[in-house]
Design a protein around this ligand. Structure first.
Ligand code: SF4
Length: 442
């Protein structure tokens, strides 16, 4: 099997999966493989799947069928299926898709070249966790990058399949993370987005309860870094030390804390510990400690036991909490999770109506919060020209995370991206429900 062959690498799911894809791409590029945009143009189709929810698995099934249809047209084409879906359901998938050439889950991603070339390797039996020495072909814009700080999760939320897929929480070595960030900043990256299943528990598995704060202190010392952001927090892990360091200008005053629900009974059934009343107190504590902090959360609607009263309570929680950013998922019953035996009593149509009702409330809250920015100046990290209208640049403020929050559309004023700093002072000229518009501040 010769190197130089063309690979289409398709990534599904979360930011952590994207990092895994970039590392696999790094190893394959080192072996001389070239990457193409479309599966049609590829000799090898590598699908890095998500197996977290039914919807993600359906999406992966469709992509596998699409790749196998291309293989039917050209039997020399190889189809490789990687990631969480494979890790969780390999025996069933091998039976369902016997013509897939090779499978690799979330372990041994450093053997991806062996897998692509059909060679055996000695499995490690552990979820793969890269280091600063791992090759990585970054796919995000030049000004920012995701950095994964750990793998796995030691919480046991009743609805969640992640511990089944990724195993127990394992932190990366702090020096390796700092080395990786230094190298990225030296290459022009100005925003670092720290990701994992629970970034706020970083270091605890190794007896370093303040591991995240100590890591952030080291990142602050990197001169050209504009800001580092914490994504995927856990409510009970918000310490005073963390709130203190969030006041540092080089740490984005931003917290992503999934609360999942507010109703005490539902939260208990989810095997989580922070119902709405306590969550509102936590939000109050955070906002007092970190003025101007942006808070993102995720909620699940349609959980077993969520009736009209519980849902009305959730709506009230969203009105009171006034999150800056909010994602809503409809409950997905997942085999193997503790909640599976509770069934799935809420109809899908009801779940969707509830999701839309929460988003309706949130859109009003978001629009009102953004209106306060009109006429003010913000630091904006420029990602590059907007594909839809290259006369506009696209960027984000400290309070807008990549890929999930709104953006800032910036009049480029004729300055090309090449000679402009990544972070610019932008005067906000108009505001929308989720996005802002602005021009370079005079
Ligand atoms: S903390 Fe997140 S990843 Fe961990 S079990 Fe709970 S929902 Fe899943």
């Amino acid at each position: 099997m010769t190197a130089g062959r063309k690979i289409a690498l398709v990534t599904f799911g979360c930011a952590k999966n994207l990092v895994d894809s970039e590392v696999m791409a790094g190893y394959l590029a080192q072996a001389g493989y070239r990457f193409v945009e479309t599966t049609e143009a590829a000799d090898i189709v590598l699908l890095n799947t998500c197996g977290f929810l039914r919807a993600a698995k359906d999406e992966a099934d469709e992509a596998i069928r699409g790749a196998l249809a291309l293989k039917a047209a050209d039997p020399a084409r190889r189809v490789i299926v990687a990631g969480c879906y494979t890790e969780r359901h390999r025996p069933e998938l091998e039976a369902l898709f016997p013509r897939v050439d090779a499978w690799i889950g979330v372990k041994d991603l450093d053997h991806i070249v062996d897998v692509v070339e059909g060679r055996d390797y000695r499995p490690s039996g552990r979820t793969f966790l890269y280091s600063h020495r791992s090759p990585r072909a970054v796919s995000t814009p030049a000004s920012w990058v995701y950095v994964k700080v750990s793998e796995g999760c030691s919480h046991r939320c009743a609805f969640c399949s992640i511990p089944l897929i990724k195993g127990e929480y394992r932190s990366r070595e702090p020096g390796s993370i700092v080395e990786e960030v230094r190298a990225f900043v030296a290459r022009g990256v100005r925003e670092i987005d720290l990701v994992s299943q629970d970034t706020t528990s970083y270091g605890k598995d190794e007896g370093r309860p303040d591991g995240l704060v100590r890591l952030l202190q080291k990142l602050i010392d990197i001169p050209a870094l504009a800001w580092a952001r914490i994504l995927y927090g856990y409510p009970e892990e918000i310490t005073d030390g963390l709130l203190e360091i969030l006041r540092e200008p080089k740490i984005a005053a931003y917290l992503d804390i999934p609360f999942q629900h507010s109703d005490p009974v539902i939260v208990r059934r989810m095997r989580r510990a922070m119902p709405g009343r306590r969550a509102l107190k936590l939000l109050d504590r955070i906002r007092k400690a970190v003025p101007g902090v942006a808070i993102r959360t995720s909620l699940i609607v349609g959980y077993p036991g969520e009736g009209r009263k519980e849902f009305a309570g959730l709506k009230e929680f969203v009105r009171e909490a006034r999150f800056d950013h909010l994602g809503v998922f409809t409950y997905s019953r997942e085999e193997g999770t503790p909640a599976y035996d509770d069934g799935d009593p809420v109809a899908e149509a009801v779940k969707r109506r509830r999701r839309d009702a929460i988003l309706e409330i949130q859109s009003g809250i978001s629009a009102e919060a953004l209106r306060a920015w009109k006429g003010r100046t913000a630091d904006v990290l420029i990602e590059g020209p907007w594909k839809e209208d290259p006369k506009l640049l696209i960027g984000r403020t400290r309070f807008q995370a990549p890929e999930v929050d709104g953006v800032v559309f910036v009049e480029s004023a004729g300055r090309t991206q090449k000679d402009a700093p990544a972070v610019r002072k932008i005067e906000i000229t108009s505001t929308g429900v989720y996005d802002l518009h602005g021009k370079p501040a005079s």
